[in-house]
Design a protein around this ligand. Structure first.
Ligand SMILES: *Cc1c(COP(=O)(O)O)cnc(C)c1O
Length: 423
């Protein structure tokens, strides 16, 4: 259906007033001031690269000017660089429902998946299948496939639509790997239920929390999850290329090996023993020297979670999503773009995904109007919602800008014919 300019069903004043009222009643409104956000920009891509907390700049400056430039190598001890992966891991732990001693800040998701999937195969002597869902983030599947290639007949991939998971869980499955929130649709899968299902079939359960950590309560211990990985630069706001994290349930500690046995995962790295002897617990998942500057940035970024409950963050995410969907509906946008994100609130992450053949042009036209969203091939416009710095007014601006783009057909401009390298 063609969009009419400002259809009569739309009460723009009501929308503006609604956003204003909700923003002034918002208990998390204060948190926006904890971030650096460029003037005139509505940033709705925190699910891809979180905005920068103000606490980051002075920390990185201190790390450069004081710790590195002045104190040099003494900083490994003096400023606790050597303990940083465990310390930052413990700061992430409460956000993912992990008791102490199970979370490590280390490497990227891709590398951490390799380590944990290899561990899972080793723990499951007679089982060889890594079960994954169709449509999950490609890197997860690539890493699994790379491992399968390496391990030959010891490891194979089975990829099915998520709905078929229960029917293919047999005694060949070593580990089920799922992303809690799908990066394309924003659908959230029930962690407790699916973990129990995997366990009932004798499989281990590995969750990828890339799109959930920092934006909703997660209960890894309570769900008895075996393994998890997550991202430092999305909703944890650690900055581009920030290290990720890895969780290993303490039930499995000391039974596990990891394939990237490096010196910093050794029980005594500075004994320089020729034989490898792993550190106790999760620390053995360290391999090489951590990126200290990046990890310090992430550590400082985590300050924004100090005084806020993740339940409050989730509540605001749900409220913002509902408001955005109502605004898009009210402005007739959803008659042109199809909403891929589930209607049920508990089945949503913290993004709204809209599908249209011209989604690329639409994303670019929105960005030109100061509304930063992103695009996922072939036809998805993603609107990320970061409750710590997004407001109801942001949702309103996004809906209105998208309507402008549709009415003006700005997305059709030939300048959008070629896609950028990063979308
Ligand atoms: C962002 C994301 C990743 C990123 O992986 P890196 O190796 O850390 O770059 C992995 N998995 C999912 C589901 C993601 O959304």
């Amino acid at each position: 259906m063609l969009i009419e300019p400002w259809a009569e069903t739309v009460d723009l004043r009501q929308l503006t007033e609604g956003a204003k009222a909700l923003d002034s009643a918002d208990p998390l409104a204060y948190a926006r001031a904890l971030f650096v956000l460029p003037e005139g920009v509505t940033y709705l891509d925190g699910n891809s690269l979180g905005a920068m907390p103000k606490s980051v700049m002075p920390r990185v400056q201190e790390v450069l000017e004081q710790q590195w430039a002045e104190d040099l190598i003494a900083s490994w001890n003096r400023h606790g660089w050597i303990d940083l992966p465990l310390r930052v891991g413990e700061r992430i732990a409460p956000l993912i429902g992990a008791a102490q001693g199970q979370t490590l800040c280390v490497d990227s998701i891709s590398v951490n998946l390799f380590k944990l999937l290899a561990t899972a195969i080793q723990l499951q002597d007679s089982r060889s299948v890594i079960l994954i869902a169709e449509g999950d983030f490609p890197t997860d599947g690539y890493v699994a496939a790379g491992l399968a290639l390496l391990l030959a007949e010891r490891c194979e991939i089975r990829r099915v639509p998520i709905a078929q998971l229960p029917s293919v869980l047999d005694d060949s499955v070593a580990v089920v790997m799922l992303t809690e929130v799908n990066y394309r649709t924003g659908e959230r899968y029930p962690m407790a239920e699916l973990t129990e299902l995997a366990h009932d079939a004798g499989a281990l359960m590995l969750w990828d929390l890339a799109h959930s950590a920092g934006v909703m309560p997660i209960h890894l211990d309570d769900c008895n999850v075996d393994m998890a990985v997550g991202c430092g630069y999305k909703f944890l706001n650690g900055g581009p290329g920030a290290p990720g994290f890895l969780y290993l349930n303490k039930r499995l500690h000391n039974r596990v090996q990891q394939p990237l046995a490096g010196w910093l995962g050794h029980a005594k790295p500075f004994a320089f023993d020729a034989r490898y002897s792993p550190a106790a617990g999760v620390a053995r998942y360290l391999a090489g020297t951590p990126p200290i500057i990046s990890m310090q940035a992430l550590d400082a970024a985590l300050d924004v979670f100090d005084r806020v409950s993740v339940h409050a963050i989730r509540q605001k995410s749900v409220d913002l999503s509902r408001f955005l969907l109502e605004a898009l509906q009210g402005l007739d946008v959803l008659e042109t773009l199809r909403c891929l994100t589930p209607g049920t609130e508990s089945a949503r992450g913290s993004q709204i995904s809209l599908q249209h053949a011209d989604a690329w042009g639409m994303s670019q036209a929105l960005i030109e109007r100061g509304v930063i969203v992103d695009f996922r091939a072939p036809d998805i416009l993603r609107i990320g919602i970061a409750p710590l710095y997004n407001s109801f007014a942001d949702m309103h601006r996004c809906a209105q800008a998208l309507r402008d783009v549709l009415v003006s057909k700005a997305y059709d401009d030939p300048k959008y014919a070629v896609k950028l390298t990063v979308t």
